[in-house]
Design a protein around this ligand. Structure first.
Ligand code: TPP
Ligand code: MG
Length: 338
């Protein structure tokens, strides 16, 4: 089963019929992602591996948080959120790459080289482009998303605000103030939770009482749990959920129950290697390699080689220069705050 339907919501104004269909019937075996999705998945996987290698080789400074194992989350959602406001977090490379397919702009940003998407002043965690904004401050994005979503509703723009957060971020009080306003004012906000069971080095069970589902229910907010990693099915399941947020202004929380395969940031994995190896056994990349064989391995090798080449080219560029605030970068169309 890929996704569990939401529990009945207690939002008073909402008729019961507004909820998603009870069960998603899955094709067996699961559908294979299309070419574009495969390329996005592999681009994110190899981009993140490349960053870890470059750090180990002393070619990168600062810090980074890779989304290894979680790549399918933003890839599933990207076409559903085209043109929307997307608020990302510290683990945001996959969110950015799935939406913009711009590994060179992101690497240049991380390295502070010409062509950087934010002129090199944002780095790994603070990216702004079109309606996309990331922050390394846990929980900061939710109040922002509610404000932006409210503006979307009032202007009738048809857009929504989606915020990606981790499970550990549910320890931040701002999350609950934001959920309260989102429910009360019927704001088109989609909260995407990447529940990887850990926050830095603290397992979720050691820091979270109850569940995210119950917390959403406390505010009468729709909740959906996604437990699989098959992009076409996840997208199909979430299409009506996103539509309801957008058109009926019903906030929703979608929890992806997922796995972090890499360290928290660069080399700080405190877990037992055997546990990580167990998680790797269920990785989408391993499954697609087994199922698709040679064509997948060829695509995998090509994407990886292209990124290596891109990295060499970006590394050789001169430093980025920042000319001040505003939308100097032609890629950044000013979509705020509509
Ligand atoms: C307000 C705030 N507190 C603490 C941190 C330090 N910090 C960075 S990531 C992280 C863990 C976040 O865990 P989770 O929300 O589960 O996301 P994950 O890293 O698992 O993707 C913490 C505590 C921060 N960035 N912001
Ligand atoms: Mg986490």
């Amino acid at each position: 089963m890929t996704a569990r339907p939401p529990e009945p919501s207690r939002t008073p104004a909402a008729p019961a019929a507004a909820h998603p269909p009870a069960a998603l019937s899955l094709a067996e075996p699961p559908a294979v992602p299309g070419r574009e999705d495969l390329e996005s998945l592999l681009t994110i996987r190899h981009f993140e591996n490349l960053l870890l290698r470059m750090f180990a080789e002393g070619r990168l400074n600062g810090t980074t948080h890779t989304c290894l194992g979680q790549e399918y989350v933003p890839v599933s959602l990207a076409p559903l959120l085209a043109g929307d406001h997307v608020l990302s977090n510290h683990r945001g490379h996959g969110h950015y790459l799935a939406l913009f397919r711009d590994p060179a702009g992101l690497l240049a940003e991380i390295m502070g080289r010409t062509g950087a998407v934010c002129s090199g002043v944002g780095g790994s965690q603070h990216i702004r482009r079109d309606g996309y904004l990331s922050t390394g401050v846990q929980g900061q994005s939710l109040p922002l998303a509610v404000g932006i979503g409210l503006r979307c509703k009032r202007t009738g723009s048809g857009r929504l605000a989606a915020a990606f957060v981790g499970d550990g971020t549910w320890g931040e009080g701002a999350v609950y103030e934001a959920l309260n306003m989102a429910a009360l004012w019927r704001v088109p906000v989609l909260v995407v939770v990447e529940h990887n069971g850990i926050a830095q080095s603290t397992p979720t069970h050691a820091q979270m009482a109850g569940s995210i589902a119950d917390r959403a229910a406390a505010f009468g907010i729709d909740f959906v749990e996604v437990t699989g990693h098959h992009v076409p099915e996840i997208r199909e399941c979430l299409t009506p959920v996103v539509r309801r947020v957008r058109e009926e202004h019903r906030p929703a929380v979608v929890q992806f129950t997922t796995h972090r395969l890499g360290p928290h940031s660069k080399g700080d994995d405190t877990r037992d290697p055997a546990e990580v190896e167990r998680l790797r056994a269920g990785d989408w990349h391993r499954e697609l390699t087994d199922r698709l064989g040679a064509p997948f391995r060829e695509l995998d090798a090509r994407v990886r080689a292209d990124l290596e080449e891109m990295a060499r080219e970006v590394e050789a560029r001169p430093p980025a220069t920042w000319t001040g605030s505003g939308s100097a970068d032609p890629r950044t169309e000013d979509r705020w705050p509509n």
